[in-house]
Design a protein. Structure first.
Length: 137
């Protein structure tokens, strides 16, 4: 039963991330979270700035963003702090969009991407200086 439920969730999120972005969705996103960043959740720019302040990320620090979808807020945090971000999620279209966004933002040299769930991460202990997971359970 659990495997079937996980398959259904993955299918739903893959479909969601496969949907293109429209000017109307961008307008809603700008109004709701304060910017157009490709978000698929509710973390606002102000909340991302608060994360930045609390985490006190330095240039070169390693940040893991679990369940990052299209890369929000991990890529934003990388851009603002010059840290290295590792973006993880399970829908392939989400990771592909995050990677394309990193290229547009010129962050590809300090960002990596992995298809992974928060319950089964392919990293050794103490790999990261900070971990975030926003809008995930």
């Amino acid at each position: 039963m659990k495997a079937r439920r996980q398959e259904d969730i993955l299918k739903r999120f893959t479909e969601r991330y496969s949907t293109g972005v429209s000017p109307a969705l961008n307008a809603v996103e700008r109004r709701a979270i304060g910017a157009v960043v490709g978000a698929n959740g509710y973390t606002t720019v102000a909340q991302a700035e608060r994360l930045l302040s609390v985490l006190d990320l330095e240039p070169g620090a390693r940040l893991l963003d679990i369940g990052a979808g299209r890369g929000w807020p991990g890529l934003y945090l990388s851009q603002r702090s010059e840290c290295r971000a590792v973006i993880t999620d399970i829908p392939c279209p989400a990771i592909a969009t995050a990677r394309a966004r990193a290229e547009r933002l010129k962050l590809i040299g300090r960002s990596d991407f992995a298809l992974a769930t928060g319950s089964c991460l392919p990293f050794r202990d103490a790999t990261f200086d900070a971990v975030v997971h926003t809008d995930t359970l």
